[in-house]
Structure formats: structure tokens, C-alpha cells
Design a protein around this ligand. Structure first.
Ligand code: HQG
Length: 182
């Protein structure tokens, strides 16, 4: 597969495993899993045929490890980023001392007042390093990286989960746990 095809397949998976499974008549279980055979059949029936080998290659080589197959390959899900309701059953983890959030200048005033909110997603996404956060912010313009006092939040009872691809998730970040942007 060339990179262009991989990106197309990955975007198709994101659309239907995170946001709109009903568009192709797919259903996800409570944990976000779809039957792999059903997904392939639904994609083909809706004009986007993908082979099982292509699907496996996208899961394995995806730059951000966005998808997971069950050990027997029978089921597939997105590792995080959903807007449809799912319970990912991720383990609760103690975060490192600080985590990072990449955003853009136009959101800063609201973030200073309200803190970080999950917006359309289920959780606020935090990055383990500044470089990753810079890339996340740069999707929308000039990146601004906020530092989150994650261990301090954790001590005060905020719950953190780490997704399979290394993204840290938490329900919200009140403004007093955020430092000045750099
Ligand atoms: C901002 C991608 C106003 C927040 C990325 C962000 C990541 C506020 C936007 C993953 C706010 C939400 C997640 C508030 C937060 N007022 N704006 N109170 N609180 N925001 O896309 O973190 O390619 O839902 O700063 O790489 O940008 O999908 O979250 O700019 O890992 O796998 O509201 O999505 O990964 O945007 O990105 P998003 P995000 P994938």
C-alpha cells in the first residue's frame, strides 16, 4: 500500500469507528469494538472496498496507532478519539508529573477561564511530551503548548487513563492546573 492509500483507509476507519458507524450500518459494542468481517462487508457495500490485509497493515503501521485488532483479529476498534458514546475500559493510571496540551491562541481566553474541556470528544487529550503537543496544536494554526500539573491533579482525585497509543485522557482540567503558555 502506498502512503496515500493508507491515509485514506485510516480516515475511513476514523469516520466509522469513532464518529458515524451508522452511516454504513455498522454497530459498535459498548467498548467500541466492531466485528472486523462486518466492517469489511459494510465498507465494500458502501463503495469503499478494503481487503483484510490492507486493514491489518493500516492497524500495524498507523503513525499514531489509532486502531487495535483483538488478538484473534475478529474485532477492531479505535483506541481513542470517539464522539459516539463508548466505554473504552482503559486502565486507570497515575500520570507523570506534567503532561502537555497543544492548542491555538484563539482558544486561550476561554481555556484560562473554563480550563480544558473535552469539547466534542469524551475526554481532554493530553500528550506526554511537548513535541507531540506542538503537533496536535499545529493542526489548527500556530501551536501554543500548555503544561498541565498532572501529578498534582491526580493527588487531588482527578482520574487519568492512558490509551494504548500513549495519549493521556482525563475528564477536564480546571484552569489552576495550567501554567502560562510558551
Ligand atoms: C480546545 C488528534 C475553548 C482544545 C490529535 C482543542 C490529538 C477549548 C479543541 C487528539 C477549551 C478540541 C485530540 C475551552 C479545550 N474553550 N476551546 N474551554 N478546552 N479547547 O480535536 O486535543 O488524529 O477535540 O485546545 O492529534 O486538539 O484524531 O482535541 O484545540 O491526539 O488521532 O478545543 O486528536 O488525534 O479539539 O486533539 P479536539 P485535541 P487523531
Amino acid at each position: 500500500m502506498d502512503d496515500k492509500r493508507k491515509v485514506r483507509v485510516s480516515k475511513y476507519l476514523a469516520r466509522h469507528l469513532r464518529h458515524d458507524p451508522a452511516r454504513i450500518g455498522l454497530s459498535l459494542d459498548a467498548r467500541g469494538w466492531a466485528d472486523t468481517g462486518e466492517l469489511l462487508a459494510a465498507a465494500a457495500a458502501h463503495g469503499f472496498p478494503v481487503t483484510r490485509a490492507e486493514l491489518e497493515e493500516v492497524v500495524v503501521t498507523n503513525d499514531k496507532q489509532r486502531y487495535a485488532l483483538s488478538p484473534d483479529g475478529a474485532r477492531i476498534r479505535a483506541n481513542q478519539g470517539h464522539t459516539v458514546p463508548v466505554e473504552l475500559d482503559l486502565p486507570v493510571s497515575a500520570p507523570p508529573p506534567v503532561l502537555f496540551h497543544g492548542t491555538v491562541p484563539r482558544f486561550l481566553a476561554a481555556i484560562r477561564t473554563e480550563g480544558l474541556r473535552p469539547m466534542a470528544r469524551h475526554a481532554v487529550h493530553l500528550s506526554p511530551d511537548r513535541e507531540t503537543a506542538t503537533r496536535v496544536g499545529a493542526r489548527r494554526g500556530r501551536a501554543v503548548v500548555l503544561t498541565v500539573a498532572a501529578a498534582h491533579m491526580h493527588e487531588q482525585g482527578h482520574v487519568f487513563h492512558r490509551s494504548e497509543n500513549g495519549v493521556w485522557l482525563t475528564a477536564s482540567v480546571p484552569p489552576h492546573f495550567l501554567d502560562s503558555p510558551h
